[in-house]
Design a protein around this ligand. Structure first.
Ligand code: NG6
Ligand code: CA
Length: 502
């Protein structure tokens, strides 16, 4: 009796010990919230601009705000590619802004961030903007679409294929178009229209949002888009409801997976054009649809974080917030983004914006929150989205196989104040810039200095080398290349060496 009692106690103690060690080893949930075209100065905790973003500010107050956070590119697809693969985008020739019917960009055999997590038993999901291609190049929207998020490592996906200004304007859930009526199949063509279908160009009377440049092809929900589509009427999204739909799917995934570790890539569609926020946000910013869309995104973030808090998950969830590229005002629709801007400065103290090799093209908001694990504060460490791969690999004790991706787990969690010492950024047409410490070098590039889509945007291209000290001259007004030929030469060499490493 006594003996069996002792054995029982031993077994219980052993069980308790095992449970404790397990708990100690329990991997945190990981969430990446990724805005689309949000500038560093659009977020009020970066102390620039006049918009007020209380949701993101609260996340920053509870976490670590990086002042030197970067995307790898000034456009969407390449940045997303790096985030998910840990590889610079220019190593893959196809990693440029993709059409809505482009094939899957990421090699299904390649290692990815979600695949790392799956190795450790995580449930993985992507909700929101995809823009990394689907199918094999000959996509049938009316059947199950293979070659997509699942092949890249996501168990669950609820996505738009490309951007909110590209057809097809439908959601795809686990490879299946949502709400599709089989009697009204979807056809997509990026070259020619389908007979009898209205377009923004020929039927402006059908539009509630008018294009300023391009964006005059097929119309859905009163907005003309890039590309032509036909059919799928019951499946078309309503832009005004998109934020609520994605938020709901993100919350559902969390609730359904709260017992096991999960990874969620919550890819917001705001404030990318067309900016059509829900009526609840219309007129709220005083800056027109662009400002209103940012307030909507900020609300989504605070609602999402509230869900983590309510479910008791915040102490065991690392949440990272960032943006895929810098800000843009007129990106092809007449939405008064420029006219109503007032004193607001989406690019913060930096020069350029989306599409630009100047700093604001890729220098974006970057915040990490993990309650109880990351001490709230501000970090000046140089950190790139390409580093999330190696840093999360380190967190999960998996070997890093991506040399472009640096293990900055200590910087990410505030245990170290230094980050990477150099970083390569990509502007338009695959042209590159290079930062080393506080120096930014833009090597000579052919091509126009500006692109004119309603408003002039600076590409950063010049036939002369450009060298800036980003700490002393954040607005990149003083090109110091001529007076520092040695530094230019040394940086050109290091840049070439890094490029040649694979
Ligand atoms: C450009 C579009 C722009 C936007 C961008 C991609 C025109 C004139 N401009 O070609 O509106 O869709 O592609 O943006 O069509 S990104 O954030 O997804 O990279
Ligand atoms: Ca973008």
């Amino acid at each position: 009796m006594l003996k069996s009692g002792i054995s029982l106690i031993c077994i219980l103690l052993l069980g308790l010990f095992a449970a404790c060690t397990n708990m100690g080893q329990k991997h945190p949930n990981i969430v990446i919230i990724y805005a689309d075209d949000l500038g560093i100065g659009d977020v009020s905790c970066y102390q620039a601009g006049t918009l007020h973003t209380p949701g993101i500010d609260q996340m920053a107050a509870e976490g670590l705000r990086f002042t030197n956070g970067y995307a790898t590119a000034a456009t969407c697809t390449p940045s997303r590619y790096s985030l998910l693969t840990g590889e610079y985008p220019w190593r893959n020739k196809r990693a440029a802004v993709l059409a809505g019917n482009a094939p899957l960009l990421i090699d299904p055999a390649a290692s990815t961030l979600p695949k790392l997590m799956k190795k450790k038993g995580y449930a993985t999901a992507v909700v929101g903007k995809w823009h990394l291609g689907l199918g094999d190049g000959n996509i049938n929207w009316n059947a199950h679409i293979s070659e997509g998020p699942q092949e890249v490592g996501f168990d669950y996906s609820y996505i738009m294929a490309a951007t909110n200004d590209r057809v097809p304007t439908v959601f795809v859930e686990n490879g299946q178009v949502v709400n599709l009526d089989e009697n009204d199949p979807i056809e997509v063509d990026y070259k020619k229209n389908f007979e009898g279908e209205p377009t923004g160009k020929d039927n402006p009377e059908l539009l509630k949002v008018h294009p300023s440049h391009g964006h005059n092809m097929s119309i859905s929900n009163g907005v003309s888009r890039i590309g032509y589509m036909k059919g799928g009427k019951s499946a078309l999204w309503v832009d005004e409801d998109m934020a609520d739909t994605f938020l709901l799917k993100a919350k559902q995934f969390v609730s359904q997976n709260k017992e096991n570790p999960f990874f969620l890539f919550y890819a917001l569609h705001q404030p990318h054009v067309p900016r059509v926020p829900n009526q609840r946000f219309a007129g709220k910013s005083g800056m027109g649809p662009r400002g209103d869309a940012i307030l909507e995104a900020d609300w989504c973030i605070s609602e999402f974080l509230k869900t983590l808090d309510e479910q008791g998950l915040s102490d065991n969830t690392l949440v990272i917030f960032s943006s895929d590229n810098g800000p843009v005002l007129d990106d092809g629709y007449q939405d008064q983004a420029e006219e109503l801007l007032g004193e607001h400065t989406p690019w913060g103290q930096f020069r350029g914006g989306k599409y630009s090799l100047y700093d604001a093209g890729t220098h974006i908001p970057f915040i990490a929150r993990w309650k109880g694990q990351i001490k709230p504060g501000v970090s000046d460490a140089l950190i790139s989205q390409v580093d999330l791969y190696a840093s999360i690999a380190a967190l999960l004790q998996i070997e890093n196989t991506r040399p472009d991706s640096h293990n900055l787990l200590d910087a990410l969690t505030g245990k170290a104040s230094d980050g990477r010492d150099h970083h390569i950024t990509e502007g338009l047409q695959g042209r590159l810039g290079y930062r080393e410490g506080q120096w930014i070098l833009i090597p000579p590039h052919k091509g126009g200095k500006k692109i004119s889509w309603g408003v002039d945007m600076e590409t950063g291209f010049s036939l002369e080398p450009q060298l800036y000290n980003i700490e002393e001259d954040p607005a990149q007004q003083n090109n110091l290349a001529e007076e520092n030929p040695k530094r230019v030469e040394q940086m050109m060499k290091s840049f070439e060496v890094i490029k040649s490493h694979k």
